[in-house]
Design a protein around this ligand. Structure first.
Ligand code: ARG
Length: 478
C-alpha cells in the first residue's frame, strides 16, 4: 500500500488514477491514505471479475467490443484472477480500491483495449454489484453454518430423549427455578431461533440478489446496453428498476447486518447459558477439553472462552449494525463516498458470525450434560406447585383459589421446614394424588399441551423441527 513518503503519490504525473484527465496534479498522500479501500475490499476481487466478465460480454453484444477485444479482456481478467490467487498480483499507490487495481492491471496486460472495460459503467454501479455478488455467497456460507448448529442441537435433543429416563432440568424465569422442562425442549428452543434466522437470511437474500449493473454513476447510459442480460450473466435473479436507487441503496447491507447481529445475539444467549451451566454452582454441563481453555495462573481452571466470546462478540455486531445505520442516515441521493463505509462492518459481521457458529457447533457437539445434577436440581418439590394448583382446578376450583391454596402450603413448608409432601398429604383436597405429583420427574411428565415441555409434546415438536430443518436444508442446497 502507499505511504506518505511514497514517491508515486502526490507528484505531477497523475495518470494512474482512473479520473486523472480532469486533474492537473496528483492526489495528496493524505487523501490517498484516508480514502483508500483496497486494504479491505480485496476480498471482492473474484466477484468483481465475475461481474466484469458479464459486463464486457454485454459490451460485445452491444457491438461496443469486437470479438477479438472481448477475448483479450476476458483473458486479462482471468490472468488477474490467477495472479491474485498465486500472490503475484502487485498493487500500486494509485490503486485506490480493488476495482481500480483490476482495471489498471488489465490495461497493463492488454494495452489500450483495457480502457474499454469501463465503458457504460461507473464504479458506483460496479462496487454495488460486486458487493452484492460477494454477499450472496457469504449468506449461503452463513446459512450452511446455521444449519450445522441447528443439526447439532437436534442431535443433542434426540440424545437427551423424551421417553422414560429422558433428561430434564429446571426451567427458569427471572433466572429463578420455575417449572422443570425436558433438556430436549430446552435445546430445541435455541434450535427454533436458528430456524427463524434461516428464514430471515433467505428473505434478506432475495433483496441482495438484484443487480445494479448498468445504472452507471447515477443515471444509466446512452449506450445500447441491456442491464437485464448482464444481470443474468453475472448470476443475479433480478435487475434494478431505478438507477439512482440502484447506486445508492444499501438497505441490503443494513438488513444483512441485522440478520447477522440477530444470529450473534442468539449465540450470545446460548453462550451465557453455557457459562452458567459449566460453573461449579450449576454443574449442569462439562466442556470437552478441546473446547475449553486453561488459566495462565490458576491450574485448576477450565474456562468456557468460546461461550464468553459468543456473548462478548455480540457487542461488536451491534456496533457494526448501528454504526452503519448512522452512516446511512440522511445521505442524499445518489452515491456518496460515505457508502464505502459499508464494507468493513459487513465483512466483520460475516467473519464474526461464521467463526462463532462453527465454534459453537463444535462446543455443543462435544459438551457433556450432567443429567443427574440437572434432575437433582429440578426435583425441588416447589417445581410441582403449578401442577398441584392445576389438580385442584381439574376438580372445579377456580384457578385463583387453587393458586392461593398451594401458595399457602408452600409458605407453611418454607416457614416450618415441614416437607411440602407432608403438607400436601394432609390437605384433603390434594392427598396422595398431590403427593404423586411431587415425585422425581412427575411434573415434567405432567405437561401435555402442544408445544409444552412434556414428553409427548416434545416428541411431536422434535419431529416438526426435523421436518422444518430438512426443508430448509434442501432449500439452501438447491
Ligand atoms: N471504493 C469505492 C466504494 O467502495 C468505489 C466507488 C467510488 N466511486 C466514486 N465515485 N468515487 O464505494
Amino acid at each position: 500500500m502507499s505511504s506518505p513518503s511514497d514517491p508515486a503519490v502526490g507528484g505531477d504525473a497523475p495518470r494512474g488514477q482512473l479520473w486523472h484527465g480532469r486533474f492537473a496534479s496528483g492526489p495528496a498522500a493524505e487523501l490517498v491514505e484516508f480514502t483508500e479501500s483496497l486494504s479491505y475490499d480485496q476480498r471482492l476481487l473474484f466477484s468483481d471479475i465475475a461481474c466484469s466478465k458479464a459486463h464486457v460480454r454485454g459490451l460485445h453484444r452491444a457491438a461496443l467490443l469486437s470479438e477479438d477485444e472481448l477475448g483479450q479482456i476476458l483473458g486479462a481478467l482471468d490472468t488477474v484472477e490467477m495472479e491474485y490467487r498465486d500472490g503475484s498480483l502487485g498493487f500500486v499507490a494509485s490503486d485506490e480500491d480493488v476495482h481500480t487495481a483490476i482495471e489498471r492491471r488489465v490495461t497493463e496486460l492488454v494495452g489500450a483495449v483495457g480502457g474499454k472495460l469501463h465503458t457504460g459503467r461507473s464504479r458506483n454501479d460496479q462496487v454495488a454489484t460486486a458487493f452484492r455478488h460477494y454477499l450472496l455467497t457469504a449468506i449461503d456460507v452463513t446459512a450452511a453454518r446455521v444449519i450445522e448448529l441447528a443439526e447439532v442441537l437436534a442431535a443433542r435433543a434426540d440424545e437427551a430423549g423424551t421417553g422414560p429416563g429422558a433428561t430434564y432440568l429446571p426451567g427458569y424465569t427471572h433466572l429463578q427455578q420455575a417449572q422443570p422442562v425436558l433438556l430436549a425442549h430446552h435445546l430445541l428452543a435455541h434450535g427454533w431461533a436458528l430456524l427463524r434466522d434461516l428464514d430471515r437470511l433467505a428473505d434478506c437474500r432475495r433483496r441482495v440478489d438484484v443487480s445494479p449493473l448498468g445504472a452507471g454513476a447515477l443515471a444509466g447510459s446512452s449506450l445500447p446496453l441491456d442491464p437485464a442480460e448482464t444481470a443474468a450473466a453475472a448470476g443475479f435473479s433480478a435487475t434494478f428498476e431505478n438507477s439512482l436507487d440502484a447506486t445508492s441503496d444499501r438497505d441490503f447491507v443494513a438488513e444483512s447486518l441485522f440478520v447477522l447481529t440477530m444470529i450473534g445475539l442468539h449465540l450470545s444467549r446460548m453462550g451465557e447459558e453455557v457459562v452458567l451451566w459449566t460453573s461449579s454452582e450449576f454443574g449442569f454441563a462439562v466442556l470437552d477439553d478441546a473446547y475449553a481453555t486453561g488459566s495462565s495462573m490458576l491450574p485448576q481452571k477450565k474456562n468456557p472462552d468460546i461461550a464468553e466470546l459468543a456473548r462478548g462478540k455480540s457487542g461488536r455486531l451491534i456496533g457494526d449494525l448501528t454504526g452503519f445505520l448512522a452512516t446511512m442516515k440522511s445521505l442524499p441521493l445518489a452515491y456518496n463516498r460515505d457508502l464505502q463505509e459499508d464494507k468493513e462492518p459487513l465483512f466483520d459481521a460475516l467473519d464474526t458470525v461464521r467463526l462463532g457458529l462453527g465454534a459453537m457447533a463444535g462446543m455443543y457437539r462435544s459438551i457433556r450434560f450432567d443429567a443427574e445434577r440437572m434432575a437433582a436440581s429440578a426435583d425441588s418439590p416447589y417445581g410441582s406447585a403449578t401442577d398441584l394448583a392445576e389438580l385442584l382446578v381439574a376438580d372445579g376450583l377456580p384457578f385463583r383459589d387453587a393458586h392461593a391454596v398451594v401458595g399457602e402450603l408452600v409458605r407453611r413448608s418454607i416457614e416450618s421446614t415441614i416437607p411440602l409432601a407432608e403438607l400436601v398429604a394432609a390437605e384433603p383436597r390434594l392427598g396422595e394424588r398431590g403427593v404423586a405429583l411431587l415425585a422425581p420427574g412427575a411434573s415434567v411428565r405432567n405437561r401435555a399441551t402442544p408445544g409444552s415441555a412434556g414428553p409427548e409434546a416434545v416428541e411431536r415438536q422434535r419431529e416438526r423441527f426435523e421436518d422444518r430443518l430438512s426443508a430448509l436444508r434442501s432449500e439452501w442446497s438447491g
